[in-house]
Design a protein around this ligand. Structure first.
Ligand code: A2P
Length: 283
């Protein structure tokens, strides 16, 4: 359960450490090193997080063999299309400076996604990217793009937590054995979720905190989960979820918390333009 098999034969640690919104030039370096010391072997960054250099430096300085650490990064929108993606992939490889990237994702599914995907497929064949996947694809976006791809994505990284369980999307993805990766796995710290009586009762029963119960639920549902924390105790604790097993009845109770709605709607009008204008990645 600590690792999941991907549909291309590679494996991925079920829990990863996300560095979204952790500043570059120091804080991301410190947080990544702390996470590696705490036992994480899966770090999730992106070109648009502006901290790939810090992640790479922390991994190199950690003393842990490169092949024991799983690194994800993501292509930003400005680099979509075939030629753009070649440049974006080369830039991520250079900034991370770790030889290869374990998993590279199309961060936002707008613009010339098929062109970008072709460049990612080539980089995978060349061994620069070990696995390739997508992110923020709704069922509508998935059905528009993925049938055109020669290589199936290994993951789709989307918002997922007990209040937003992505049922339709998971059914579509299951047909191609594509794993769901969860961003906002703790509902972005939503107090209603983190103090929910059903979850609190399970936390009491298993001697865990509510966040750990949520993460355990997600992993038992086959979801790769990327919790965020800046608190050292919770960073360590969020990895300490492999010594309990929720029963089928408990899983059912947690499945029933789904509201079908999340914070972010990738299908909403204007989202692509808003995101494209949000960041400019420099070489
Ligand atoms: P903190 O950094 O103080 O730990 P998400 O990963 O869904 O975006 O949620 C992140 C939020 O959840 C942060 O506010 C983080 O706060 C909080 N958090 C992280 N781990 C836990 C946990 N085990 N229990 C409760 N809250 C948590």
């Amino acid at each position: 359960m600590n690792n999941f098999a991907l549909n291309d034969g590679n494996t991925i640690p079920a829990v990863g450490f996300g560095v979204y919104l952790i500043p570059k030039d120091g804080p991301t370096y410190d947080a990544t090193l702390a996470a590696l010391k705490a036992g994480y072997r899966h770090i999730d960054t992106a070109a648009a997080y502006f901290n790939e250099e810090d992640v790479g430096r922390a991994v190199r300085d950690s003393g842990i063999p490169r092949e024991e650490i799983f690194i994800t990064s993501k292509l930003w929108l400005q680099d979509h299309g075939y030629e753009g993606a070649k440049r974006g992939i080369a830039r991520s490889l250079r900034k991370l400076d770790l030889g290869y990237i374990d998993l590279y994702l199309v961060h936002q599914p707008y613009g010339d996604v098929p062109g970008a995907w072709k460049a990612m497929e080539e980089a995978k064949t060349e061994g620069k990217l070990r696995s390739i996947g997508v992110s923020n694809m709704t069922p509508k976006i998935w059905n528009r793009f993925v049938p055109q791809f020669a290589t199936k994505p290994v993951v789709n990284q989307v918002e997922f937590h007990p209040f937003f369980q992505q049922r339709t999307l998971r059914e579509i993805m299951a047909a191609d054995d594509v794993k769901l990766e969860a961003w906002y796995p703790l509902g972005h710290g939503n107090a209603e979720l983190l103090t929910h009586p059903i979850i609190a009762a399970l936390a009491e029963k298993y001697g865990k905190n509510t966040g750990q119960i949520i993460l355990r639920f997600e992993v038992q549902e086959g979801v790769i989960t990327l919790p965020k924390s800046t608190n050292p105790e919770r960073i360590t604790g969020n990895l300490n979820i492999f010594d309990l097993e929720l029963t089928e009845e408990e899983l059912q109770e947690l499945r029933a918390l789904d509201t079908g709605k999340g914070f972010h709607d990738p299908d909403a009008p204007g989202v692509a333009e808003m995101l494209l204008n949000a960041y400019q990645i420099e070489d």
